[in-house]
Ligand binder design. Structure first.
Ligand SMILES: NC(=O)c1ccc[n+]([C@@H]2O[C@H](COP(=O)([O-])OP(=O)(O)OC[C@H]3O[C@@H](n4cnc5c(N)ncnc54)[C@H](O)[C@@H]3O)[C@@H](O)[C@H]2O)c1
Length: 252
């Protein structure tokens, strides 16, 4: 269906579960993350699905690091067919207290890191003349303010991702490169566990406030992203798709 997938932020969390899902569909995977080692879940992927799985320690806010990783992927896997940008960080902090440094860091990782990873992937797809599919991980916070959280700068960064999706879909469409984004709601990962340390009531809040009355699991995203990366979505580009348990429509 698709020979390979490059995932930023795939060392753990949502990115890793999407890499694993692509491997399950027969795709080689290239995982980029700043973690020294990917989560153990990564290690079993090649044997479990008989695919190649490569890990590249990369900082998506450093163009040199990103470029080196993409060059190495071409050497190792020969091509880039699909790309998911999942590397991201969050800040749950009141607008009135957020500093310039905190804001800059969020924007560098979430916006510029996604922008330039997508650019490197698209350049390769253009040179290959194969087309391809790019999925940007946005967030419900780009479209709705969530109960109990203060996500001003994070929401702004994810709003930029939704906008980027539309801009790139139009610019890259003639090259056969599709670009879509996914906006998850509250998904159980290390990121949200971290948020719960300083804001413990969010777990029960999202379990009760979400229309489907539960927090999302990483697996809730995998079939959708597999679809967007595959030829089944050949006429789908420039779309943002919510996976929120209904939270983007309202809360209880
Ligand atoms: N978990 C949620 O509820 C939720 C909801 C909406 C959107 N998202 C988005 O989904 C994506 C994945 O989040 P997650 O919940 O899996 O979090 P996570 O913290 O488990 O995973 C994020 C990964 O990004 C990596 N990363 C961070 N900065 C990086 C950098 N500079 N260079 C390279 N890698 C870097 C981290 O090392 C980590 O492995 C993020 O973009 C996040 O904003 C998450």
């Amino acid at each position: 269906m698709f020979p390979n997938l490059t995932v930023t932020g795939g060392g753990r969390g949502i990115g890793l579960s999407l890499a694993r899902a692509a491997a399950e569909l027969g795709s080689d995977i290239a995982v980029l993350d700043m973690l020294e080692h990917p989560h153990d879940e990564f290690l079993s992927i090649p044997d479990e699905f008989t695919v190649r799985a490569k890990y590249y320690r990369t900082n998506v806010t450093d163009m040199g690091s990103l470029t080196t990783a993409f060059d190495q992927i071409i050497q190792d896997l020969g091509r880039i067919d699909n790309c998911v940008t999942a590397a991201g960080i969050v800040l749950d902090k009141p607008f009135l207290d957020t500093t310039w440094e905190e804001g800059t860091k969020i924007l560098e990782v979430n916006v510029l890191g996604s922008y330039f990873a997508a650019q490197l992937a698209a350049k390769r797809m253009r040179d290959q003349k194969t087309g391809g599919s790019i999925v940007l991980i946005a967030s419900i916070s780009a479209s709705a303010a969530l109960p109990t959280q203060k996500l001003g700068i994070y929401g702004a960064s994810k709003g930029a991702i939704k906008s980027l999706c539309q801009q790139l879909a139009v610019e890259l469409g003639p090259l056969g490169i599709r670009v879509n984004s996914v906006s998850p709601g509250f998904i159980e990962t290390e990121m949200t566990k971290g948020l719960a340390v300083t804001n413990p009531e969010i777990i029960s809040a999202f379990n009760s406030a979400t229309p489907l009355q539960r927090i999302g699991k990483r697996q809730d995203l995998k079939t959708l992203v597999g679809y967007l990366l595959s030829d089944a979505a050949a006429f789908t580009t420039g779309s943002d798709i919510f996976v929120t348990g209904g939270l983007h429509s309202g809360h209880l």
